[in-house]
Ligand binder design. Structure first.
Ligand code: NAP
Length: 255
């Protein structure tokens, strides 16, 4: 009997995990995306796109599709879907394991200010105009309209439309990973004084943090949200090791 895996994705790790599982005769694997980005990166396994309709909808999906393992490989700031996954796994009686990158830790030379939310980050920027680098999702940018005195450099995967109602903003539409040398060059070229970011963890967006340390630039980091307490691993390799030891399903589900 094969395991039927559903990966909740939207991260580089989810894609990497899917690539490892594609073609593995022990599993059939499907990847789920929220559908936020206009042209999602190509994926190595079949993909479904869009919300499930809360925990209840996800539980029904797990049952209907005969899913035998649910993997939550969503971004650490995507708290709602992780809560839904925990609830749905319980309701549908499907084992759940999360793939969660550990957060970046402060190193000597880091000038971090940790804040509870993006809104608090706006206040932490202060009243005097500064040159600010924003690396947040499009949905989280609106609070910065309350601080139009700053000059913003805003980087996102999709264009920010409509643009922010602030007089000084430059938009960069790019998808990571971002190398430290490129990030350092960008910070210098743009004369950035402060970065506002999430503590995403992992290597692909760490370049700006390392670059800021080298240049003595302040970083305002929005703290991670609380996530449900479920079994979890930190890397794709650990997830593969976990899957190596998972017993075969007793019977095909959903039949
Ligand atoms: P969220 O607030 O936790 O989720 C909001 C709703 O979006 C969920 O309730 C669910 O809708 C739907 N959803 C989220 N992820 C889904 C998935 N993988 N498959 C199907 N439906 C999903 O999430 P978010 O912060 O908006 O993030 C959306 C996606 O972008 C996530 O998959 C995440 O991995 C990725 N992402 C997020 C961030 C971030 O900083 N938040 C950064 C990089 C990538 P229903 O309730 O209708 O099922």
């Amino acid at each position: 009997m094969k395991h039927s895996i559903l990966i909740l994705g939207g991260t580089a790790e989810a894609r990497k995990l899917a690539a490892e599982l594609a073609g593995d005769p022990r599993f059939t694997t499907e990847l789920s995306l929220a559908g936020r980005t206009r042209a999602p990166a190509e994926q190595p396994v079949p993909v479904r796109i869009g919300g499930f309709g809360g925990a209840e909808g996800l539980a029904a999906y797990l049952r209907d599709k005969g899913i035998t393992i649910l993997i939550d490989a969503t971004h650490p700031y995507a708290a709602q879907i992780s809560r839904n996954a925990a609830e749905a796994a319980k309701r549908a009686d499907v084992p759940l394991i999360a793939l969660r990158r550990s957060p970046w830790r402060r190193l000597q030379g880091d000038r971090w200010i940790e804040v509870a939310s993006v809104r608090e980050a706006v206040t932490a920027l202060g009243k005097s105009p500064r040159k600010v680098f924003l690396t947040l999702g499009r949905q989280e940018l609106l609070p910065f309209e309350a601080a139009p005195q700053h000059h913003y450099v805003i980087r996102s995967v999709d264009p920010v439309e409509p643009p922010l109602a602030v007089p000084h903003a430059i938009y960069l539409t790019e998808r990571g990973p971002f190398a430290e040398t490129d990030e350092t060059r960008l910070l210098k070229e743009q004369g950035i004084e402060v970065i506002v970011a999430k503590n995403s963890g992992g290597p692909s967006s760490y370049g700006k943090i390392a670059g800021a340390r080298a240049l003595g630039i302040e970083v305002i980091l929005a703290r991670r949200p609380d996530l449900p307490d479920v079994p979890s691993v930190e890397t794709v390799e650990e997830m593969l090791a976990w899957l190596d030891h998972v017993p075969a399903p007793l019977k095909e589900r959903g039949e």
